[in-house]
Ligand binder design. Structure first.
Ligand SMILES: *Cc1c(COP(=O)(O)O)cnc(C)c1O
Length: 471
């Protein structure tokens, strides 16, 4: 009896063809295309079929559902065609937030994509010679200028791979496969999502030789570990933590001296790889790429999307002979980057060559003063405040993130928000439910917005979102 009733219900469902040719779906077909509308209609009908089969729909409920069919199909289309990767407003004050895409790209970098990616380009073509060229040339030229410009460093070559993890893998495999690499125990760090030196070392085919202790490693510890299998001395920047107190770390100069004396190359995994002096931003103790090369480090690896402020990439800069060996390693072919990366990296590096550091969003955000940010925060607070929404502005700190300058913070002004009797977590959830989502900080049961990482043109979106939440 029940079964018969269900089969009756199934018969009420229209055929897909019939449905998509109905007048109220014609408009949808015109804007989304007939194929997408057919797919969506099929998905909606299938959902109804399942609901009937599992007894969730009786005759009355089905009638209601059929009445709203075209709206359901439109909603299905909207969801299916909405991109998954979309903008969010970063109000955390963490400039290089790995979960939020690290460095936002410079306008000039995007311009390079628009110009070169939708058409053919000379990615690997030497136009003058009419012959095959090398993709490296597009950024190597600029890095040569940026890293050789004071003659304090000798010749420096650079190659680009997919990210800094790949750069470390390629460098270790090329320089130390089958041999030993000496690293301080204090530098065996795990960075962000699962980058661990011991694991990368194992994959590279080199053997890790740990020396010293977590808090103290002297240059003599390195020297004692050197044997006939030693291929490389490795220094790893302690990107996301700091060891304080009773500590000792061999200096770059000491390691350079040791490496030269024993004829073993010295590599430094810098991680962040600043191309400008961060002292200008009030950040000390974060060595730049140039600092390391000047000190005599043979090979430096660093990310494209951390302090450099460009696309995801791993850069390897160093002595031309060593870099050439990495370039001819077959792993390089597997780890190389595409034209989009070259285009955006070149666009970013051109801003450095022009000394236009403000064009690079991550650097511009680092340079914002507490006053700049405070003024904007006051304005947002004034515009968003209501009987229900309280907003105050207090002193606070922004961090660089992305494994850079773990102990350096930038003074900022924070918006402290509360809304009716919403808990801080609930208010933060509602901010994330906005379009675009706003990602805030929740600290000590308070919702905090740091406008340092919010683009100024997004301030009005924040105001609108806050008004909506309080309405
Ligand atoms: C971030 C970081 C890495 C990993 O770089 P990715 O570009 O994320 O692959 C490796 N080493 C250090 C020291 C880092 O800071």
């Amino acid at each position: 009896m029940k079964k018969a009733a269900r089969s009756e219900l199934f018969r009420e469902l229209p055929a897909v063809d019939e449905l998509v040719h109905a007048p109220d779906l014609a408009a949808l077909s015109a804007s989304y295309g007939a194929a997408a509308v057919t797919d969506a209609a099929r998905a909606v009908l299938e959902r109804l079929r399942q609901e009937i089969a599992s007894g969730l729909l009786d005759e009355a409920a089905l009638k209601l559902a059929l009445g709203g069919l075209s709206r359901a199909i439109e909603e299905q289309l909207r969801q299916a065609l909405q991109p998954s990767l979309r903008p969010v407003i970063n109000a955390t004050g963490v400039i290089l937030h790995t979960n939020l895409g690290r460095a936002p790209l410079a306008e000039s970098a995007l311009e390079r994509i628009r110009e070169t990616a939708a058409v053919y380009s000379n990615l690997e073509f030497d136009v003058a010679a009419g012959a095959r060229g090398k993709r490296d040339v597009h950024v190597e030229r600029l890095l040569c200028r940026l890293l050789n410009d004071d003659n304090a460093t000798s010749d420096v070559s650079t190659i680009v791979v997919n990210n800094n993890a790949a750069a470390v893998l390629l460098a270790l495999n090329t320089l130390a496969e089958g041999g030993e690499v000496i690293v301080s125990r204090g530098e065996l760090v795990e960075i962000g999502g699962s980058f661990r030196i011991p694991d990368v070392m194992a994959k590279s085919g080199a053997t890790l030789r740990e020396v010293g202790t977590t808090n103290r490693t002297r240059v003599s510890d390195y020297e004692r570990a050197i044997n006939e299998r030693t291929r490389l001395l490795l220094r790893v920047h302690r990107s996301n933590f700091e060891i304080t107190g009773f500590t000792e770390q061999a200096s770059a100069a000491e390691l350079v001296e040791l490496a030269r004396r024993r004829s073993i190359p010295l590599m430094e995994d810098l991680g962040s790889g600043a191309l400008v002096d961060l002292q200008n931003f009030g950040i000390s103790g974060e060595p730049s790429v140039l600092d390391s090369l000047r000190a005599g480090v043979d090979v430096v690896t660093y990310s494209g999307d951390k302090l450099l402020g460009g696309p995801q990439a791993g850069l390897i800069s160093g002595r031309p002979g060593l870099v050439a060996r990495m370039r001819s390693n077959s792993l390089f072919r597997a780890l190389r980057v595409d034209k989009l990366t070259y285009a955006t990296l070149e666009g970013t590096l051109l801003a450095y060559v022009r000394r236009d550091h403000n064009a690079i969003p991550a650097l511009r955000m680092m340079g914002l003063t507490k006053d700049d940010i405070g003024k904007r925060a006051e304005k947002v607070a004034t515009q968003a405040k209501s009987a229900k929404l309280q907003a105050a502005v207090i002193d606070g700190e922004s961090v660089i993130g992305g494994g850079a300058a773990p102990s350096s913070v930038l003074p900022t002004r924070l918006l402290v928000l509360s809304c009716g009797d919403l808990s801080a977590d609930e208010l933060a959830r509602r901010l994330r439910a906005c379009d675009p989502p706003i990602v805030a900080r929740v600290e000590d049961g308070r919702v905090l917005l740091d406008l340092r990482t919010v683009f100024e043109e997004q301030d009005s979106l924040v105001v609108t979102a806050l008004k909506e939440i309080a309405s």
